[in-house]
Design a protein around this ligand. Structure first.
Ligand code: PRX
Length: 654
């Protein structure tokens, strides 16, 4: 995959300047962007202090900007006091109270809108409800909900009272939910009777009940009635959202918290078996989300912004729940599947709500592209003025289709590079200024000291030479630690270059114009349909099956999803032969139960053994080559069991 990206980017010579009409109205324009870069270059810390003073509403201003005394556990604006929900809602009430904050499109049925005032009222009621249950500052609340306004209300309600939310994507299994609840030490779970997806009901409450079947720290469960189908309620533990909120007052004094108070935890996969709870701060995080929304999306009051991400992912935090609201924008929220009831659904939503800024993942673009140009051409997409892409490298073909068929050749495309850990977009075009190249995320935003270094940590200066993508200086929206595991934080992001840089885990190269091209992960993390999956997590899930002795999981390029999950499995006893489909289905289902449907292997191949070196290390690179059906060029003479290669290549047992 990386090699392919390198190949394609080396041949990519197309350059698209911002359309003059767009550039003329954009903020920042080229002079403003140059001034921001100059200010950041002259005084990195002072630049961020100036931004934080202007962009955020402080209950008590900060006097210290960056505290690096415990680096790389950096602290920003530490003695300042603020509230994130106040910064996203209360500050807009006077000027924009009646403006729509959320336009919600259910999978079936009529859309509804919530003005800033209505959203504020709902958040206050939910916050009061949480307080009535004894939830307060520092308590962890797990949110396991469909993509509905109440999910955002729940997040802001936590922020309002200083509780720490941890949203778990509704597609994760009961066991994954349980693990996250336990790791976070959450006292409260907020869920729903179910959600809608592709005409089906996602049984969230059933999964929640299963997650809580054995002891967890959860004391109470709030259940939103969303589908209306019958679900069992456990007396003394489960409470209906509507009953609880009905009794609450419409206003709720905010809890003022320190800038560094954790706003949320969000679990993401790493290269070991256990997902890590990425911990974000209040002020630094919000500053990153707010400013990047301005810089990258040029968000203006008249815009209708639709980011298709679920709030279970970081994109749904920064560019659904927080960034656009901090800027008084109008967001579109769509609960259901992208092709329900047909492949025109996204385009119909854009037409209906006059969406002006659309932000989605390459996997969605590729999937919709497959249906042909005629589908989007049936809709009026003239309201669009800017398109965005996130989550994985976008191939030039999909980029060009996005630009011409969806954007009518008039909308700039912002290919935004960032991560759960970075909190906000770090590398991206600024749409009124940067000339774009299909497949490149172009250049770092102001105040982001990104770089590419070699194995020794020296900057790679030769054009097109690859290396580690790093960030040389701390930035406000960076993660603060891994919940309950600071050692792992230090080890994962800092140890590689002795704490000198933040190591993103991606490889990248820069072309002669200084444009960044992301080549892919350098660790054992897969990127399937824009979602991160740890190979070890899937391997552990497979090995937990009573018939599986050993498993190795690798990525294989996939036309739509970017990467597919390919698993080699060694069984206890005989290697399954003949009609193995039923067993493959069973294993796929098993992984779905353990982790969630997104982690199900696309292909499973059985073997008597895995290729190992004499020291016992699985040769993953070899397994990747075999999964791709490529010729083996690496040296296999060091293999403990060279004969296994032929069997692994065989199609007989897959
Ligand atoms: O490998 C990079 C890829 O997604 C990873 C981060 O995944 P996650 O934390 O789930 O966040 C996804 C949404 C921000 C990165 O390490 N990635 C993200 N954006 C891009 C990308 N790869 C290439 N181009 C991008 N624009």
């Amino acid at each position: 995959m990386s090699q392919n990206n390198l190949e394609s980017s080396l041949h990519e010579a197309r350059l698209f300047a911002p359309p003059p009409g767009f550039a003329a109205q954009a903020v920042p324009n080229s002079a403003q962007l140059a001034a921001l870069h100059a200010a950041a270059a002259a005084d990195h810390v002072g630049f961020w202090a100036d931004q934080a003073r202007v962009a955020l509403h402080w209950q008590r201003p900060f006097t210290q900007t960056l505290d690096d005394s415990a680096a790389p556990n950096y602290r920003w604006f530490a003695d300042g006091l603020l509230n994130v929900s106040v910064n996203c809602l209360d500050v807009h009430l006077a000027a924009h109270g009646e403006r729509p904050a959320i336009v919600f499109e259910p999978e079936s049925g009529e859309p509804r809108a919530l003005s800033y005032r209505q959203l504020h009222t709902q958040v206050c009621r939910a916050a009061n409800a949480l307080r009535s249950l004894g939830i307060g500052r520092g308590d962890r609340v797990v949110i396991y909900m469909p993509l509905v306004p109440e999910a955002i209300i729940a997040m802001h309600a936590c922020a309002r009272i200083g509780a720490i939310h941890s949203v778990v994507f509704g597609g994760f299994s009961a066991l994954s939910l349980r693990d996250r609840i336990i790791d976070a030490g959450a006292r409260l779970l907020i869920t729903a009777d179910g959600g809608h997806r592709g005409g089906h009901i996602v049984e969230l409450k059933a999964a929640a009940d299963k997650a809580l079947a054995e002891h967890t720290p959860i004391e109470q469960v709030i259940v939103l009635r969303q589908t209306g189908h019958d679900v069992p309620m456990q007396a003394g533990r489960d409470l209906w959202w509507h009953e609880l909120l009905a009794a609450q007052p419409d206003s709720c004094p905010p809890e003022w918290v320190d800038a560094e108070h954790p706003l949320f935890l969000l679990y993401t996969s790493g290269s070991t078996g256990k997902p890590k709870g990425i911990q974000h701060s209040s002020a630094g995080y919000l500053l990153g989300a707010k400013l990047s929304t301005q810089w990258v999306f040029d968000l203006k009051p008249a815009d209708v912004f639709w980011c298709t991400a679920d709030v279970g992912w970081i994109t749904g935090h920064s560019y659904v729940a927080y960034g656009p609201l901090a800027n008084a924008g109008t967001i579109v929220l769509y609960e259901g599947g992208p092709t329900y009831p047909d492949a025109g659904r996204f385009w119909r939503i854009i037409e209906r709500h006059r969406v002006s800024i659309f932000y989605t993942a390459p996997t969605a673009i590729r999937a919709l592209m497959k249906f042909g140009d005629d589908v989007p051409k049936q809709y009026d997409l003239s309201s669009l003025r800017l398109l965005g892409s996130v989550g994985e490298p976008i191939n030039p073909e999909a980029w060009m289709w996005y630009r011409s068929v969806i954007g009518g050749d008039r909308c700039p495309i912002v290919d935004t590079w960032w991560q759960t850990e970075t909190g906000a977009i770090l590398i991206s075009p600024v749409p009124g200024v940067t000339a774009t190249k299909p497949g490149s995320c172009t250049q770092p935003l102001p105040g982001i000291a990104a770089d590419i270094v070699d194995d020794d940590g020296n900057a790679v200066t030769r054009a097109d030479a690859g290396g580690y993508l790093v960030v040389r200086k701390p930035w406000p929206s960076m993660l603060r630690t891994i919940w309950n595991d600071n050692e792992r934080y230090l080890e994962t992001y800092w140890a590689r270059f002795q704490n000198r840089y933040y190591v993103a885990g991606d490889s990248a190269h820069r072309d002669a114009d200084g444009y960044y091209w992301i080549m892919g992960r350098i660790d054992d993390v897969l990127n399937v349909a824009g979602h991160r999956l740890g190979t070890m997590e899937i391997e552990s899930a497979l090995v937990a099956h009573p018939r599986v002795a050993e498993a190795a999981v690798v990525g294989k390029p996939h036309e739509i999803k970017g990467e597919a999950v390919f698993a080699y499995v060694v069984c206890l006893g005989e290697r399954p032969e003949g009609d193995v489909q039923a067993f493959i289905d069973e294993l796929r289902h098993w992984v779905g139960e353990q982790l969630g449907a997104i982690a199900k292997p696309d292909e499973i191949r059985f073997a008597d053994n895995l290729p190992k070196t004499r020291s016992g290390k699985i040769m993953r690179r070899l397994l990747r080559t075999i999964a791709r059906g490529e010729d083996i060029t690496q040296d296999i003479s060091t293999l403990e069991n060279p004969a296994i290669v032929e069997q692994l290549r065989g199609k007989s047992s897959s």
